[in-house]
Ligand binder design. Structure first.
Ligand code: UD1
Length: 417
């Protein structure tokens, strides 16, 4: 196990290259088994979640290889419909494979998926959606078993706009017979990316990015090459890093319109931000209070940036209320921030943060992906020395997090424990 050793308190300067979006790449990888032709994902980040998904594709019989930063997938020989339980537990996104594997092979088996422990995270909406498409879904000893003679299009109304359920249903519906309508669909940009990818493979999908998505089933899909959209959560993390540390950062490979709610909040606390082409620039000095930060589905403040925003609120003037509307137990970073001198009280899904002039160094422990990133930013901005352990969580979603921070002037080292 590795840890970060961080000497905090230096401003950040320079340019950071943003990776392709983890949450776009994972469903694209699941979609690749829908064809027997070659699929190439350009600019594919080598983060742990992606590497786990690649391993699962290998277990299904796909041949995969990296050529530079492009991932080449040859699904021609895929024949296995069972996702190994150990891998499924590593990665929540393995559940997307239900939709695509059952569409290709007529059956699928997967252990209940894992992922970061940030709340209950049920998959009932995924399973209900698949059932509406004519898939027989059973639960057998901790596994989900699906069988289907041939999926049929249907109208599906989601109880809440779940990102994963919307994606899973799209993957099963794209080759179903007839038309499917998904109402109350999630509107995240990563769903638009999945629609674009499937349409490049020959799918007929329209409406992604709105709450109604229409799918006209096609008989077969073909191979394609695709560059996924930039990672708005990684970009948001670095914008918050600049807001916490001060200095001036430029981020490259950014779609700034996907970051509007965060940019609005950061401007409120007095950061100067502007965007041009695929770059976004931030400059930050003193920080006013953001007052209220409330997570909500896109285009609201993403729950995945709640932990970094909480770290930022710790060193803003005045008090901030943070409300987490998506997940039940997504405040595990708070006790660790308190060890660094933060003044925070948590009640249910709300955190009350009273700003302090600066955090101080401490030995802290990551317990989920975004919480781990938040603690790293807190340590990079804090006075004195910190260590952050359990980097496996951070590696799930950020490629070379420490290298990018170091190149911007942070004193951060990764060392073997
Ligand atoms: C995805 C993202 C994750 C992000 C989240 C919310 C990926 C790989 N992960 O996760 O980074 O934090 O969206 O933006 O894209 N729910 C149910 N039943 C279900 C499914 C979800 O009740 O069957 C609830 C969840 O408990 C949660 C809410 O719906 O309260 C939103 O979850 P969802 O959008 O499904 O998140 P994920 O797809 O797991």
């Amino acid at each position: 196990m590795d840890k970060y050793v961080i000497e905090g308190g230096r401003p950040l300067y320079g340019e950071v290259e943003i990776q392709s979006a983890k949450n776009a790449v994972l469903p694209l990888l699941a979609a690749s088994v829908l064809t027997d032709e070659q699929v190439v994902i350009r600019r594919c980040p080598r983060i742990a979640d992606v590497l786990n998904m690649v391993q699962i594709l290998g277990e299904l019989g796909c041949k995969t290889r990296f050529e530079g930063d492009a991932l080449v997938i040859d699904p021609a020989a895929a024949a296995n419909h069972e996702i190994p339980p150990a891998l499924a537990r590593e990665l929540r996104s393995s559940v997307f494979l239900l939709g695509s594997v059952v569409a290709r092979f007529g059956r699928a088996r997967i252990a209940y998926p894992g992922g970061c422990d940030i709340g209950l995270r049920p998959v009932d909406l995924h399973l209900r959606g698949l059932r509406r498409l004519g898939v027989d879904v059973r639960e057998e000893g901790g596994s989900i078993v699906c069988a289907c003679e041939g999926a049929r299009g249907a109208e599906i109304v989601l109880d809440c706009p779940s990102v994963g359920a919307t994606e899973n249903i799209l993957l099963a519906a794209v080759t179903a017979k007839g038309s499917t309508i998904i109402r109350n669909a999630a509107r995240e940009p990563e769903i638009v990316d999945l629609q674009n990818f499937l349409n490049r493979m020959g799918g007929k999908i329209a409406g992604a990015g709105t709450s109604v998505i229409a799918v006209e089933g096609v008989r077969r899909l073909h191979g394609t090459e695709y560059t996924p959209l930039p990672d708005r959560i990684e970009a948001g993390t670095f914008l918050i890093a600049a807001a916490m540390c001060g200095g001036k950062l430029a981020l490259r490979n950014v779609k700034s319109e996907n970051l509007a709610s965060l940019v609005h909040k950061l401007r409120e606390i007095s950061c100067k931000i502007h965007a041009k082409d695929d770059k976004i620039y931030i400059e930050c000095g003193a920080r006013r209070t953001p007052k209220l930060i409330e997570t909500s589905p896109y285009p609201g403040i993403p729950t995945d940036l709640q932990a970094p925003m909480t770290a930022l609120a710790c060193i803003c003037e005045g008090s901030t209320v943070i409300v987490e509307n998506l997940f039940e137990t997504r405040f595990k970073h708070v006790p660790e921030l308190i060890r660094m001198g933060a003044d925070i009280t948590v009640r249910g899904r709300s955190a009350f943060v009273r700003g302090v002039p600066a955090l101080h160094g401490a030995d802290v422990c990551a317990s989920d992906l975004r919480g781990g990133a938040a603690l790293t930013l807190a340590a990079v901005s804090a006075e004195g020395c910190s260590t952050v352990v359990d980097l496996g969580f951070i590696d799930r979603g950020y490629s070379d997090f420490e290298g990018k921070l170091r190149a911007a002037g942070a004193r951060i080292r990764r060392v073997r424990v």
